[in-house]
Design a protein. Structure first.
Length: 311
């Protein structure tokens, strides 16, 4: 997808939205399939190392360069967001369903509201945003109720807490990029640095965890290799680049609607492909979380509507 002065076609816009709606939603079940025969930290490392190398090679071949400070800052953000955030999704799917993981990740906007200190004066004085946070966290608490997970299984409870920590890491890394990191490099080059740093960090952890001791590529199933290929090519390259491109073509609020679709896609695919059961309490929690996200975004939607009316 190239940046040109001509307006993109409707088909390109729809294809890009389909990518962030469907591909990002489907990565949860792709992770589940990959984990069948690839250890978690090795899976994280291979996904981001390969995607980072591909993206960086492409960007550097175009003559793009990054100063040392930008490399360090984007590497730090990548470790927080991709190793800490996305990596948490991979690790917890050993213990909880892909659909449940997606529902918890849907709470991400609440952590942005709580951590974005520069917006506190606005966020905490807006009734809709405060209501959204309260409703959304009620949905999260619902997941921890007696029906949210199998009672008595502490591994599942711990995994859910780890995933919430991963959401906080992703939000923190994103805000660090927004307020602290150098913005004198392109989004593609920055993403490549972030992926490579997260991949190298994950591979190092995999080595210290002893995952490589008993690992043999010949023992990896065809389905797991296919899942890894899907995560690298579609999830980390096509999906992310579609997201970056859409941000330059459409308002960020409109692009952010993927947050409503991803968990629904993940729950449905987990049920259809992996035969994952889901409780009605999980669906109720999903409804509460998405309602909270909607309330948080309503002020932005109203502002966007006013802008469109003035055009």
């Amino acid at each position: 997808m190239s940046n040109t002065t001509t307006s993109p076609s409707r088909a390109m816009i729809l294809a890009a939205f389909a990518a962030i709606y469907l591909i990002w939603g489907s990565t949860y079940v792709a992770i589940l399939i990959s984990l069948e025969s690839i250890p978690p930290f090795l899976l994280i490392g291979l996904r981001f190392f390969i995607a980072g190398i591909i993206l960086l090679t492409w960007q550097l071949a175009r003559g793009e360069r990054a100063p040392r400070k930008a490399v360090l800052q984007h590497s730090f953000a990548g470790i927080l967001m991709l190793f800490g955030g996305t990596g948490a999704v991979v690790w917890v799917e050993q213990y909880i369903s892909s659909g449940l993981a997606a529902i918890i990740v849907a709470s991400m906007p609440f952590w942005f509201v709580l951590l974005d200190y520069k917006q506190w004066s606005f966020n905490f004085s807006n009734g809709l945003i405060l209501s959204g946070v309260l409703v959304g966290f009620a949905g999260v608490i619902c997941l921890f109720g007696a029906g949210g997970i199998n009672s008595g299984i502490s591994d599942q409870l711990f995994a859910m807490l780890v995933l919430i920590a991963g959401c906080i890491a992703w939000a923190g890394g994103s805000l660090y990029l927004k307020y602290r990191a150098a913005n004198n490099i392109t989004a593609g080059l920055g993403a490549g640095i972030q992926m490579l740093a997260a991949g190298l960090c994950s591979l190092l952890v995999s080595l210290f965890q002893g995952e490589l001791t008993d690992f043999a590529p010949a023992t990896v199933s065809a389905a797991s290799w296919a899942g890894l290929f899907y995560l690298v090519s579609f999830g980390s390259l096509i999906g992310y680049l579609s997201y970056i491109w859409l941000l330059r073509q459409r308002p960020a609020v409109q692009v952010g609607t993927y947050a409503y679709v991803n968990p629904v896609v993940a729950v449905l695919l987990g049920w259809m492909i992996a035969s994952e059961p889901f409780a009605w309490q999980q669906l109720a929690a999903l409804g509460a979380i998405l309602s909270g996200v909607l309330l948080i975004n309503l002020p932005k939607y109203k502002h966007l509507r006013k802008q469109l009316q003035w055009r």
